[in-house]
Ligand binder design. Structure first.
Ligand SMILES: Cc1ncc(COP(=O)(O)O)c(C=O)c1O
Length: 434
């Protein structure tokens, strides 16, 4: 295949297997063999199949010096995605304005269609951008809201979005109504009620974080959205942590507006994102950055982002292929299995405080654990110093623990090291004196 055709294909015009074969023949052959072994296997059995997941691990470039359990921060890309990105990047450097704007950019519509398929929406409802912050800020700043209009949001929403709303409150005199969701809350009706109680006749928007990044708890977005729609509100869903993590379509969230980062669970190149707006609502949202028709009904008005990395953008297609070949449901089952594997044991340790539900509908791969008498940073420091386990401290509202997030390349041995590290902490009288 010549290079130009290869680049167009990588955005979505060839089957995943053909494309992988064009990038790396041996990889494609091995992949086919591995997938054949999983045929007819139940989701639960395939989640535990260390042979398959060991092979998936080999398709990443994991560090031998670190156990990376902070995938909720940002995920690495499989090698095949890195290769696609690098090939695009090197081509761009042979003649940037020609290869970026005339060649690579031709892959944009095929990529949009592929993303739309993954998200279960129309291509005309998808804008390709750089991250969740950009997508959600475009929506928050683009909506026509006036003084006195109310927005319901949660203290557990993400800071960049809370700050965007706070700026609108300051600038436009809208009113923010904050709710608190105890972590974990394992009852849809209770969570829906928390949002419902905050809605008044002036509420225009309900902002929902689908999977709470601080604790890993999943919020029943659809049930909240259905209630909010009945009361005449529109719904924004922050899908940064949920998209391509557990298996769902945007429709299942009830969102009118949705955004996610593709460099998180889809494992696409850093700085890639997706924004969705329901077709009939696009014209109501002003473009955040310059556009010749800022109030048009064309989603592309949100793509006037100036010069950016087309090389990264056009490698998103390879990440979608890799994700689809593993299979969304299979990936979800493996991530939940890994989380359960450590969290069910760790929850029973003396002094452990788990802020995450272990019920399947309320969490998947992410969980947060603390220990009485320990600050989160002390736990994070101890795990890193003794076991080179990289996690992140979370101190937020009533949560004081570390967030632990495996990924599809995490193996059982790493999980055992984590459990050992946590059980050592639980047996100590407290954090060591400095
Ligand atoms: C829930 C949530 N929303 C939004 C973001 C922002 O993502 P990005 O930095 O890719 O814009 C994050 C990042 O961790 C997140 O967890």
């Amino acid at each position: 295949m010549n290079r130009r055709n290869f680049l167009l294909a990588s955005a979505g015009t060839l089957s995943a297997m053909d494309l992988f074969s064009a990038i790396d023949k041996n990889f494609a052959l091995q992949l086919e063999k591995q997938l054949n072994k999983l045929e007819n296997m139940s989701l639960n059995s395939s989640a535990e199949n260390e042979d398959f997941w060991g092979w998936i691990r080999e398709s990443y470039t994991t560090s031998p010096n670190l156990i990376n359990l902070n995938n909720a921060g940002v995920c690495p890309q499989p090698k095949i995605v890195q290769d696609a990105h690098l090939r695009n990047y090197q081509l761009c450097n042979e003649g940037p304005s020609y290869y970026m704007w005339r060649i690579l950019d031709q892959g944009r519509e095929a990529l949009r269609a592929k993303l739309a398929d993954l998200a279960g929406v129309l291509p005309e409802e998808i804008a390709i951008n750089r991250n969740s912050t950009e997508g959600l800020n475009s929506i928050i700043f683009g909506l026509n809201l006036k003084e006195g209009d109310e927005v319901v949001l949660s203290k557990f929403d993400y800071p960049n979005m809370k700050n965007a709303w706070l700026q609108r409150e300051k600038r436009d005199k809208i009113k923010l109504v904050w709710i608190d969701i105890p972590q974990p809350t394992e009852d849809d009706a209770t969570i829906v009620k928390l949002y419902e109680n905050a809605i008044t006749s002036r509420t225009k928007i309900v902002h929902i974080t689908h999977l709470i990044n601080w604790t890993g708890n999943i919020v029943p977005s659809k049930a909240i959205a259905d209630m909010a729609h009945k009361k005449g509100c529109e719904v924004i869903v922050d899908g940064a942590q949920s998209f391509a993590h557990f298996d769902f379509k945007i429709e299942d969230t009830g969102a009118d507006y949705f955004a996610t980062s593709l460099h998180k669970w889809l494992c696409a190149p850093f700085g890639s994102g997706l924004m969705y707006i329901k077709k009939e609502k696009i014209k109501n949202v002003w473009a955040l950055l310059s556009s010749s028709e800022p109030d048009s009904g064309d989603i592309k008005k949100f793509e006037s982002l100036g010069t950016r990395s087309f090389a990264a953008e056009m490698a998103i297609g390879t990440a979608i292929d890799f994700h689809n070949i593993i299979g969304g449901k299979r990936k979800e089952a493996r991530l939940r299995y890994l989380k359960d594997s450590w969290a069910t044991r760790a929850a029973k340790l003396p002094k452990a405080i788990l802020s995450t539900s272990l019920k399947p509908q309320y969490s998947c791969g992410i969980a947060n654990i603390g220990f009485e008498g320990w600050q989160a940073q002390q736990i994070e420091g101890r795990l890193f110093d003794k076991h080179k386990i990289h996690t992140v401290s979370i101190i937020h509202e009533k949560v004081n623990g570390i967030r632990i997030t495996p990924n599809v390349y995490t193996n059982q041995q790493e999980i055992e090291t984590l459990v050992k590290g946590l059980s050592e902490i639980s047996k100590m009288d407290g954090p060591p004196a400095k």
